[in-house]
Write a protein that binds this ligand. Sequence first.
Ligand code: SF4
Ligand code: SF4
Length: 210
Amino acid sequence: MSSQESLAAVEQAMTPHEPGPAAEQAWPGAEALSPNGDFLRQAERDSGVGIGACYGCKKCSNGCPLTFAMDLHPFQVVRLAQLGQVERLSRCRTIWVCSSCQTCLTRCPNQVDLPRFMDWLKERVAKGGGSVEQARTLLFHRLFLDEVKARGRVFEGSLMTRYLLKTGGAFGPEAMANARLGLAMFKRGRLKLLPAGIKQRRWLKDLFKA
Ligand code: SF4
Ligand code: SF4
């Protein structure tokens, strides 16, 4: 790679990704908001994440690989939480798109643990404190957690079989496409035939109890 190409690659990596098509609806823009400081205190206490430390540098969002599918940038999630905009956060798509890859956390100068905060917001919605765009999103979340609870690890074969059976993806033309995808993943070593679990079952049980 020439130095000019390297520079172009760096510039591209530094360019913020465009948010998803629903961004304009999710972010309030110039609309006047009524800040609610109570939520910030509650969110910091219950999630254990110091979101008040965020000063909006956007490094998290510039590095996030999934903003193209989000309706709010990660830094916007924090900003709305600081302003106590619970309603907007409880119906945003971003928290469900986040894959907990930790990129934002490694880039944040204030160690704001955004993946953990997104998880906390997800749990809030899953317990009835909001809504999701599609019911299958919540279903996937619950099945995923069931897997973790059962073995401490996710067994994709079981997770996807249960998910597809419940959503209809195990039947008809969708089933063929899913079977082809599963086979391709298996050939690349991305799909195991048998489940694997962790040994610390007691710890796992206590963790979910807590
Ligand atoms: S990188 Fe950290 S401080 Fe900067 S906007 Fe994101 S969360 Fe806030
Ligand atoms: S953890 Fe979530 S918000 Fe952070 S970079 Fe990864 S996908 Fe984006």
